[in-house]
Design a protein around this ligand. Structure first.
Ligand code: FES
Length: 149
């Protein structure tokens, strides 16, 4: 689709058209090209997963997925996600970098309860299956615990 959009932009010069048709043609081609480019503008956010040994994984995660799903789809070691995101296992526990923690949506009661069962939770702990990736979280950094429960 990206290539098709580029081809449309390159066809702007049509010498045989009247000036009015040229203007309309250019406007409609630009609108059409914009339509094709919109999906590429901002549908991914960069999430950094830091393993407990310090190894970093910078991953582009589709907006709308959870931080857990981004990890699982990209084979990030250290997020087990045994329950598949139904907030019933706490094996997707992460420590959110302090500067990002307050930008997240608030925890639900159930998440707090599950975090009590996580391995060494702290005040920056979250279940990554409860963090939905959005544009606002582009650049989010999470650290993985030594182990999952
Ligand atoms: Fe089980 Fe998040 S995947 S609580």
């Amino acid at each position: 689709m990206l290539l098709f959009g580029l081809v449309l932009l390159l066809t702007l010069e049509e010498d045989n058209y009247t000036p009015e048709i040229k203007i309309l043609n250019r406007a409609s081609i630009k609108l059409l090209a914009l339509f094709f480019f919109v999906p590429y503008i901002k549908i991914m956010s960069k999430i950094t997963y830091i393993e407990n040994n310090g190894k970093e994984h910078k991953i582009e995660v589709s907006n709308g997925l959870t931080v857990m799903e981004g990890a699982v789809q990209n084979n990030i070691p250290g997020i087990d996600a045994d329950c598949g995101g139904s907030m019933a296992c706490a094996t997707c526990h992460v420590y959110v970098k302090e500067e990002w923690f307050n930008k997240l949506t608030k925890k639900e009661d159930g998440e707090e309860d599950m975090l009590d069962m996580a391995y060494e939770p702290n005040k920056f702990s979250r279940l990554s299956c409860q963090i939905t990736v959005t544009d606002d979280l582009d650049g989010l950094i999470v650290k993985l615990p030594t182990k999952q429960t």
